[in-house]
Design a protein around this ligand. Structure first.
Ligand SMILES: C[S@@+](CC[C@H](N)C(=O)[O-])C[C@H]1O[C@@H](n2cnc3c(N)ncnc32)[C@H](O)[C@@H]1O
Length: 243
């Protein structure tokens, strides 16, 4: 994001309580080794020690509990986590340092939209957006991550049939997201029965925000959309090799 794009200002905190010295050390030493540099994001597979079988992205990972659990479950997948809130990033760094199985995580400690701008087309097999900020006031609804511009960016970087997973306890946001995505040509809601949106996917763990919502007795909804396959090029169209 540059001065030239003020409408894409990041709304939300980058810093919370002062970091303890151990966490500060991780931010200074481990984060630079795991950070995805924007100028290297054009070849994301090269960020990992060996080429991953697939690339999955989590936007707004908070403290990183879900991202770490997914990374342990799928050591063959390369994970990129985006989170501008430094305290959350430092929590995940501590988990990564303590667990050698988390070598398949790379981090982007800034606005995910900046990364979406530079990732190559169709490179992501799955995207998680779990308990995104609900921005409940009508005048702030534009700030919600699920919006037409961001959906178009996601559609560009997601592979055919890649999954976009979202969850929230804010029913206004759920209704809004269903509506926004239904209007977008590149995604299809994959739910077949109520359990598909009422229950957390079997391979997912509870996030911190989800735990808070459930403790308060609030229901959570789990949504998943598939990126529609791109249309096959018609003979003679640009991009089609002629014999
Ligand atoms: C409500 S919290 C949820 C955190 C976590 N997913 C959970 O469920 O516990 C939303 C998170 O999204 C992050 N966030 C907001 N806008 C973002 C953006 N444009 N790019 C990346 N992260 C963002 C915030 O910093 C915050 O940590």
């Amino acid at each position: 994001m540059t001065e030239a794009s003020p409408w894409r200002r990041l709304h939300g905190r980058r810093h919370g309580k002062k970091l303890k010295p151990g966490r500060r050390r991780l931010v200074e030493t481990l984060l630079p080794r795991l950070r995805v540099p924007l100028d290297a994001a054009g070849d994301p597979a090269a960020l990992f020690a060996s080429p991953p079988a697939d690339l999955w992205l989590e936007i707004g990972f908070g403290g990183g509990e879900h991202l770490a659990a997914q990374a342990r479950l799928r050591p063959d997948v390369g994970f990129i986590g985006c989170e501008p809130f430094l305290n959350g990033v430092s929590r995940l760094l501590a988990e990564i340092e303590a667990d050698s199985r988390l070598a398949n995580i790379r981090l982007f400690d800034d606005d995910a939209r900046r990364l979406l701008d530079v990732l190559p087309d169709a490179c992501l097999g799955r995207v998680f957006l779990l308990f995104p900020d609900p921005w409940p006031k009508a005048r702030h609804a534009k700030r919600r991550f699920i919006n037409p511009d961001n959906l178009t960016q996601l559609a560009g970087v997601m592979a055919d049939r890649a999954e976009l997973r979202m969850a929230s306890d804010h029913m206004g946001l759920i209704a809004w997201s269903l509506e926004q995505v239904a209007r977008h040509p590149d995604f299809t809601w994959t739910a077949r029965r109520p359990a598909d949106w009422r229950c957390r996917p079997a391979d997912a763990v509870e996030t911190r925000y989800e735990a808070k919502a459930l403790e308060n007795g609030d229901g959570c909804v789990y949504l998943a959309w598939a990126r529609n396959p791109r249309a096959a090029p018609i003979d003679g169209e640009p991009g089609e090799l002629s014999a």
